[in-house]
Design a protein around this ligand. Structure first.
Ligand SMILES: Nc1ncnc2c1ncn2[C@@H]1O[C@H](COP(=O)(O)OP(=O)(O)OP(=O)(O)O)[C@@H](O)[C@H]1O
Ligand SMILES: [Mg+2]
Length: 250
């Protein structure tokens, strides 16, 4: 893979953020690492960077076309996105259409139960504290965002849910839930940032109900099964084979 030269601003579990020639633009380089359990379980999945970056760019561009402001500027082969540099709000915004994951752990609701209306939840990004759940008051007292911003973030999330659910359904996929991250751009405008892919969505295949997301890894699937899942998701969303094979770095 090409080695981008910009100074590294930060490196997370799955992406590297680099400076560009413009102060308001950063380069997100996706890595082949896969993690779960707040980073306690980790592996390298060759090809994941290419697959996840392509899916993210496609879905972020889809949101843009449908009036949801996102950070994407352009995709750069094979595994990078030029994006607006955001002042990230350190919160994970989750939207649930069907009960799964933490929702069934925390509430007396059976897995697979449709949730109407979709449930929007907020979690503080804090691995050491296992991402505690936040309500609107927490945003204020922790200095994360104003009430107006929280309302804006919830609106953006529900619109994102509609746009993603519709596109994915047409491709034979049920959007069970997803996570987004948001940030402030110039003038304080809120944008959807980060990534949207098999790491951040739960998806089921229409008809078979087969899992097509990172749950295959979380539940202990072999790396071959996990890669196969990511490849199949790419094929369903992008309608072609992923450009992987040979060596990937990360
Ligand atoms: N447009 C953007 N501008 C600036 N930073 C961004 C942008 N989009 C995403 N980021 C940040 O890039 C960082 C690296 O991503 P990655 O997903 O690898 O991190 P992580 O390990 O999940 O979590 P952490 O944020 O705790 O490092 C994240 O902190 C994410 O919030
Ligand atoms: Mg992340």
């Amino acid at each position: 893979m090409p080695n981008p030269s910009g100074k590294v601003l930060s490196e997370g579990k799955t992406k590297i953020v680099r400076e560009t020639e413009r102060s308001d633009v950063v380069l997100l380089e996706f890595k082949d690492s896969i993690t779960a359990l707040d980073g306690e379980k980790k592996d390298i999945l060759r090809g994941k960077a290419v697959i996840n970056s392509h899916i993210s760019a496609y879905l972020l561009e889809l949101l843009e076309k449908n009036g949801v402001p996102t950070h994407i500027i352009e995709f750069i082969e094979p595994n990078m996105m030029r994006v607006k540099k955001l002042n990230m709000i350190p919160v994970e915004v989750v939207c649930r259409n069907i009960a799964a994951g933490h929702f069934v752990k925390n509430f007396p609701v059976a897995e697979g139960t449709p949730l109407n209306p979709p449930v929007v939840e907020f979690y503080l990004k804090d691995d050491a504290r296992h991402d505690p759940m936040l309500n609107e008051d927490h945003f204020l007292v922790l200095g994360l965002a104003s009430r107006e911003e929280v309302k804006k973030i919830k609106g953006l999330t529900l619109k994102t849910n509609k746009v993603l659910s519709k596109d994915l359904k047409a491709k034979g996929l049920i959007l069970v839930d997803f996570k987004i991250e948001v940030g402030r751009g110039t003038g304080g405008k809120i944008y959807v940032g980060d990534e949207i892919n098999a790491d951040s969505m739960r998806l089921r295949e229409v008809g078979t109900n087969r899992i097509l997301d990172k749950d295959v890894y979380r539940k202990g699937g072999s790396m071959e099964e996990v890669l196969n899942t990511y490849v199949q998701l790419y094929e369903k969303i992008l309608g072609k084979k992923p450009p992987i094979g040979g060596t990937q770095s990360g």
